[in-house]
Design a protein around this ligand. Structure first.
Ligand code: NDP
Length: 296
């Protein structure tokens, strides 16, 4: 493929919110002929000046190209926008955030209508789109053939990571990473609340906290190894019995500082529950053993 814009694969994008607009701009800048549709027409019109073709309806937008990308608010909006439209022979790439079950259901729905389907989970914010140094990427899963066909176009806005043919796995990877992130945010929030009102500036705690969290990042790979081997005790240097005892200090400190333990309390309780389940067996574990209690 050359840089000649005529050779760039044309595509359609449905949904021009903050994320959709960022995606659209990268395809236009890279020379991909782009047809857009948005429920609020003004957002589409803004892109006409940048070279986008504006479709008057979702049906017209879908009819324009074989590759159709969706970036709408949620799966319900995808269902309502595509309702009744002929999808025969289309390649649908759904970048709308959803659950794994929604991804699988939407894939079956699309395939029943004669389309190939790939679900996507965007790991980045609109400002990170089209900026390779930002590290933004998209998890994709579903039809490998669709992904391989359109990989070059899909890699224009952000990196692309295909995580399997199960159409639910893009959403599952996306949500797993976001869930880890919110757990981290919870700990950070609690740490800052502890020093509030003290003669410690948040900006002085920040580099210390950042450095500590970086050092504790080893736990990700260590937990994966332990979950894989089923061995939660070999080589443990911070055993569960000690950590449960120390958790009392964390809770009393929160109490002394007048800070709610609502964010860290549940994790400390999980460690306590793992120990209480079988103290003799679990005292020497690290905290990864507690993960096994979470699955219902
Ligand atoms: P916005 O709220 O900015 O835009 C939502 C889009 O969905 C708009 O185009 C809106 O149309 C459209 N929409 C909502 N409901 C309907 C409906 N019932 N029928 C037709 N169109 C509808 O959200 P973003 O663009 O930020 O997000 C889009 C997707 O990208 C979401 O699934 C989000 O989770 C995901 N995402 C967003 C990130 C972000 O940081 N922004 C990061 C990663 C993923 P209208 O303009 O008419 O309101």
């Amino acid at each position: 493929m050359t840089d000649n814009t005529v050779t760039k694969r044309p595509l359609t994008l449905l949904g021009l919110g903050d994320m959709g607009t960022a995606l659209a701009r990268t395809w236009l800048a890279a020379g991909h002929p782009l047809t857009v549709w948005n429920r609020t027409a003004a957002k589409a019109e803004a892109l006409a000046a940048e070279g986008a073709a504006i479709a008057a309806s979702p049906a017209e937008a879908v009819a324009a190209n074989g590759l159709v990308v969706l970036c709408l608010l949620d799966d319900a909006s995808v269902g309502s926008v595509l309702d009744g439209i002929d999808l025969t022979g289309k390649d649908l790439v759904d970048l709308t955030t959803g659950t794994p079950a929604e991804g699988r259901k939407r894939a079956a729905w699309a395939e029943a209508r004669g389309a190939r389907f790939v679900d996507g989970g965007i790991m980045g914010t609109p400002v990170m789109i089209g900026a390779p140094a930002s590290g933004a990427y998209v998890f994709y899963s579903g039809s490998r053939a669709l992904f391989d066909t359109h990989r070059a176009a899909l890699e224009v806005p952000a990196g692309a990571r295909f995580v399997g043919e199960d159409p639910g796995h893009a959403a599952l990877h996306d949500v797993a990473l976001l869930s880890g992130m919110y757990g981290l945010f919870a700990g950070i929030s609690h740490a800052f609340a502890l020093i509030e009102g003290e003669d410690i500036a948040p900006k002085d705690l920040a580099p210390l906290l950042s450095e500590w969290l970086g050092a504790m990042g080893f736990f990700v790979a260590a937990a994966a190894d332990r979950l894989t081997s089923g061995d939660f005790t070999t080589g443990v240097v911070s055993n569960l019995a000690m950590q449960v005892a120390a958790s009392g200090t964390l809770l009393r400190t929160a109490e002394e500082q007048g800070v709610s333990a609502e964010l860290i309390g549940p994790y400390l309780e999980l460690m306590r529950r793992r120990l209480a389940e079988d103290p003799a067996a679990h005292a020497g574990e690290d905290t990864a053993g507690a993960i096994t209690l979470l699955k219902r």
